[in-house]
Design a protein around this ligand. Sequence first.
Ligand code: 5HY
Length: 243
Amino acid sequence: MRIRVINPNTTESMTALIAASARAVAGPGTVVEAVTPAMGPASIESHYDEALAVPGILQAIASAPAADGFVLACFGDPGLDAARELAAGPVVGIAEAAMHAATLVGRGFSVVTTLSRTRGRAHDLAGRYVGAGACRGVHACDIPVLDLEDDPGVLDRVVEVARAALDRDDSDVIVLGCAGMADLCARASAELGVPVIDGVAAATVLVQSLVTLGVRTSKRGEYAPPPAKLYTGPLTGFTRTSG
Ligand code: 5HY
């Protein structure tokens, strides 16, 4: 099977980190194709960034008709519903996958994310995916997304925030709130002594399982292909001639 893993921001080095995490859990016969959109924000840290990441994501979906499934590798799960309308195969966001996985291995999880301003989005997604009760808290380490790669103290900082979160939230699982934290997962879990969930790996495994189950996104209702429609200006290329 072929899984296209989309990094919704345009930073290639982050796509490489995401690819390594996805390939580490891909089964024999699963080809992981990690891609960087042709347009969008260098990182996603606001609603504005998220909104403007969506056209690049949809282009990356539309240009892979042969892919069996897709992973949206940004913790805000930007454009998830639109991507499900467009794609035939399953589309899973890393926040969605990580939160579901966390509920399978503990009673309550805490999210450790990058900037404080992204916490609201994580809470909203938790409410949608697993019910507000499962997510006991969302905590920021206040490290910008693109600094995660070169900041030598990032692991210590994430572990420090996670340890405080476990105590404060009385939680027993940590969810990493950014694709750029994927490479910290095993070391953080070893230091904390609790499950730590990397959404990139969790989403890759979930898509792989759905494809193996032979299930795809239902096209009966809300996720039916978008209707034919004219788009203008810079979005002309998104014009749809048939539903
Ligand atoms: C992510 N931003 O996973 C999110 C994390 C965040 O560019 N990739 C990004 O802070 O919301």
